[in-house]
Write a protein of this length. Structure first.
Length: 364
């Protein structure tokens, strides 16, 4: 048996057990309520409910057995059209009404012992109609029970499908980070080789190997602590530092207590890549990269700022590129935190670019 077949079989077994358990309880409560109501009605008509209790208890137990038979018949056609369920329920209720009326007459003979034995067809007709109404009501109750379980099962399957789709989307978006990062880093290594810095290029290759091994082991669906995410980014910045150590200055500003905040793994990676490529890589002088985290009510705001070069003719020059990194972050945040997460970027001051992520604040 294949793994998914085993899962489906286990799910079906749990479903049947749950329906069976609910049916037993519903049957007991249904007939207990019928016993109480009928005892009150018979008492109003002048029949002692205490004297009639033994016979009524036996009739209640018999009615429960017949009800479970109706439930079994309806459960067998649970996947059929509602019209089929109605026909089966009505037919089973009619048969059970005759069976219940017959047992009711036998109990009458046993407890009352009439002499001579006569059949009161009027009372028998009343009993038959009452039994028919009772069993038909039970059929409707059980069909409603089946539909409630079916609705819950559909909701469960829909939730699983949505979760699987979200997981696939998150994995696809997360795994876009690695090729994008790898492309930029290999360009940096190529640049070092062209400059003749082979020793630095070798160290960069070893650091890249270690960094990729660490990131590939991360589960895209598991969040990490902010302090761990920053440690990963420190590994990346160490790689880029082989080329830009003389022009890159890093500053980290994390509000107290936010080190334990949970964030999607590698969510800062594209933002820091963007700062290195379009800030440090495009600016001749020293560039400061600021990584900050702040609390804004019930939200966590992460941001990466960097210096940019001014274009004297056309105003301030925005970073130029494919936009894959920032779009990736925005897509991941929207998928992970729909309607509450956001990623915005742009100039906040002359020669200063900022990319910020907003998400719900959750502490590990």
């Amino acid at each position: 048996m294949k793994p998914w077949e085993e899962t489906e079989s286990a799910t079906e077994t749990a479903y049947v057990a749950s329906v069976r358990r609910s049916t037993l309880w519903l049957g007991f409560l249904y007939w207990f309520a019928e016993f109480i109501i009928s005892s009150i009605l018979w008492g109003i008509l002048g029949i002692d409910p205490i004297m009639s209790a033994p016979g009524k208890l036996l009739l209640m137990c018999w009615g429960m057995v017949l009800s479970y038979g109706i439930a079994a018949a309806l459960f067998g056609v649970r996947r059929r059209h509602i019209a089929v369920k109605a026909i089966v329920g009505f037919s089973a209720a009619l048969l059970c009404a005759f069976a219940n009326a017959g047992v009711d007459f036998l109990l009458y003979l046993y407890f009352v012992r009439p002499d001579p034995i006569t059949v009161d067809w009027t009372n028998l007709g009343y009993t038959l109609v009452y039994s028919m109404a009772t069993f038909l009501g039970w059929s409707f109750f059980f069909i409603a029970l089946l539909y409630s379980f079916e609705l819950r099962e559909r909701e469960r399957r829909l939730a699983i499908t949505r979760e699987e789709a979200l997981a696939a989307q998150m994995r696809a978006l997360r795994y876009q980070v690695n090729p994008h990062f790898l492309f930029n880093t290999l360009n940096s290594i190529a640049g070092l080789i062209e400059e003749g810095s082979t020793i630095a290029a070798g160290r960069m290759v070893m650091s890249l190997s270690s960094f990729l091994r660490t990131t590939l082991e991360l589960d895209p669906m598991h969040d990490v602590r902010l302090v761990d995410e920053l440690a990963l980014q420190a590994g990346y910045l160490h790689i880029e530092g082989e080329r830009f150590s003389d022009r890159m200055r890093l500053r980290v500003d994390i509000a107290p207590g936010l080190e334990e905040a949970l964030v999607p793994s590698l969510i800062l990676q594209p933002l820091i890549e963007n700062a290195v490529k379009h800030g440090v890589g495009s600016t001749p002088g020293q560039v400061e990269i600021l990584i900050s985290a702040a609390r804004n009510g019930q939200a966590l705001e992460l941001s990466v700022e960097n210096d940019v070069v001014a274009n004297n003719e056309n105003g301030w020059r925005l970073p130029q590129g494919t936009g894959i990194g920032l779009k990736n972050v925005a897509d991941r945040i929207n998928a992970r935190f729909p309607d509450v997460g956001a990623c915005v970027s742009g100039l906040i001051a002359p020669e200063r670019f900022r990319a910020a992520i907003t998400m719900p604040l959750r502490l590990a």
